[in-house]
Design a protein around this ligand. Sequence first.
Ligand code: FES
Length: 144
Amino acid sequence: MSKKDATKKTFDNILLTLEETQEKVGYLPAEFMVELADSLDVPVSDVYGVASFYSFLATRPPGRNVIRICKSLPCHLKDGQTIIDTIEKEIGVKPGRTTPDGRFSFELTNCIGLCDGAPAMLINHNVHVDLTPGKIASILDKYK
Ligand code: FES
């Protein structure tokens, strides 16, 4: 096996194991990432690098509700930044954070396939499209 193939196989193993653990545990505890790095004989930074690259993988315990708002160009061109700013103001934390009461985690993500309804976001598995600043408070009220 070439070095390039071996590197790809290691990357695939890391990603698969991280996805499985995320599914079971809900996030990726630091101790788990250290153990995985040891078992694959790779630096912890390699495992953490994969875990932190993908927005669907969480390196901290998530809030009860996870807001994933699209930051890609079609949503951005439909004033997506105003929606991001409105959510930040409503819940009091910046993207990448969880509210102190654990009610919301707030994440920016790349296109979620809802460009026809830009600007768009997911809260947990629920789709919210054609967002305007005036809609945000009532949408968030549905999530306790
Ligand atoms: S660009 Fe935002 S959902 Fe596709």
